[in-house]
Ligand binder design. Structure first.
Ligand code: FES
Ligand SMILES: [Fe+2]
Length: 451
């Protein structure tokens, strides 16, 4: 095992050993500003990034400001109803154009010299523009700048800073259908509720990805919640739950033993009224989707990671989470609740209560998870630059033997994480980033057949 430098530059990022069945990740990957810069250039500037949900800007003239890959953006619907992602930077001299976080507006006016733009990007007014007399095509060349690519799948709006990025559906691959499954949960589809939960984590973004794909931590880390579920009469189990690599860095956990799902799987803590609503809803789904599809949509909880910045928690309730790396050791997380568009008010109230009490930033799960990845970020300082070979690496070998046998990995193993890291190491563009010894399986299991 090679020796890791503090910045990891002299050592491989990933060391796979198929004789010893070990998979190790260089901790510099979480710590190094150089790695962070490479990720910005080679991942965040090249692939599709989740921007927001269409329902957040439901009406013409609605806008939200966002930051993706450190770039300030305006996510808006123009007066004619078209969705845009504008760079939130005045074409004149670069000032932040929109300084509100959200609202409804036909025009954006820059405070610096008061140039004004329509929400379709056109220049509306330039004060004292007689001074530009003879400047050919000024208004045309000073339109708002858009993010080069924007595409929408099932209401999820993605953008790319890479004009040559492959089509969105190609990138989403098998992940696309899990987004469709969410949309199919209810007649009329899904919408976000107003408001966003924003929190900042002192940890690298990849720790948030690992945590979401890590069923192994559930019982020990969330023991308060597990105890609560058991006390309320729900049998908690890790049996028959699997972790899938969906390709392109995307991952999926399929969970069936960690608690109920509002309107899908009833459990006692949801109350008697919800039991009746669930039965009724399941009858309707069966009729609309057929037995097989209704089973996948209703009976399984899914935690879906869409590389690199989107997490969909389709568990007790539905939560969209977006990761925005700020630096190697800092990540901003935004979360929205996704709810059925047409929902009984009592069911909605129960859903909101359940969602905030588990995956919300003050819920029974999320603070535990944040504590875990902040503790990792602090803990890995202990080995930074350690001269002893192989010490500055984290282990993700759990369940590797299944990959040799070609057997589907369990949710309590680390196969989904390895899938993520293998994609990452191919994408990040660091020289000699991957070191493999022993005989690698001819192909890794990828995707999942749900039809
Ligand atoms: S920088 Fe915006 S108007 Fe001058
Ligand atoms: Fe967790």
């Amino acid at each position: 095992m090679p020796q890791a430098g503090r910045d990891g530059s002299a050592t491989p990022m990933i060391v796979e050993d198929w004789d010893a069945l070990t998979f190790r990740v260089n901790r510099a990957a979480y710590r190094s500003p150089d790695v962070f810069a490479q990720e910005r250039d080679n991942i965040w500037m090249r692939t599709w990034l989740y921007l927001g949900h269409e329902s957040e800007i439901a009406e013409p003239n609605d806008f939200k400001v966002r930051t993706l890959a450190g770039r300030p953006l305006i996510f808006c619907r123009d007066t004619a109803g078209e969705v845009h992602a504008w760079l939130n930077s005045c074409p004149h001299r670069g000032t932040i154009l929109c300084r509100e976080s959200e609202g409804s507006n036909k025009l954006f006016q820059c405070f610096y010299h008061a140039w004004t733009f329509r929400n379709n990007g056109d220049v509306a007014a330039i004060p004292d523009d007689a001074a530009y007399e003879g400047s050919e095509g000024l208004r045309e060349s000073m339109k708002l700048r858009s993010v080069p690519r924007l595409a929408i799948h099932e209401g999820y709006v993605f953008v790319s800073f890479n004009p040559d990025v492959p089509p969105l559906l190609e990138h989403l691959g098998d992940a696309a259908d899990y987004m469709t499954m969410i949309e199919q949960q209810h007649v009329g589809g899904m919408t976000t509720t107003p408001g966003v939960q924003l929190y900042s984590v002192r940890g690298n973004w990849k720790l948030a990805v690992e945590n979401a794909m890590d069923g192994y931590h559930f019982s020990p880390t969330h023991n308060t919640f597990v105890g609560y579920l058991r006390e309320s009469g729900f049998a908690v189990t890790d049996d028959d739950q699997y972790a899938y690599n969906l390709g392109n860095g995307h991952g999926l956990l399929v969970l069936t033993g960690h608690g109920g799902r509002i309107s899908m799987i009833w459990e006692p803590r949801f109350g008697e009224d919800e039991k009746l609503r669930t039965e009724e809803h399941r009858r309707e789904m069966l009729e609309r989707l057929g037995e097989q599809r209704a089973h996948y949509v209703a009976d399984e909880s899914h935690i879906l990671f869409v590389f690199p910045n989107l997490l969909l928690f389709d568990i007790e309730g539905l939560s969209i989470r977006q990761l925005e790396p700020v630096s190697a050791g800092q990540t901003d997380v935004r979360a929205w609740q996704l709810v059925p568009r047409n929902e009984d008010p009592a069911a909605r109230a129960l859903r909101m209560k359940t969602v905030v009490s588990f995956v919300g930033p003050g819920g029974l799960a999320t603070p535990d998870d944040i504590e875990a990845y902040e503790a990792v970020q602090r803990g890995i300082e202990a080995t930074a630059g350690d001269v002893r070979a192989g010490l500055d690496y984290s282990d993700m070998s759990r369940g590797m033997v299944d990959e040799v046998k070609g057997v589907q990995g369990r949710s309590i193993d680390e196969g989904a994480m390895r899938g993520f890291w293998r994609h990452w190491v191919g994408a990040v563009g660091i020289e000699r980033a991957l070191q493999v010894s022993g005989e690698r399986p001819a192909a890794f299991l990828e995707g999942r057949d749900v039809r």
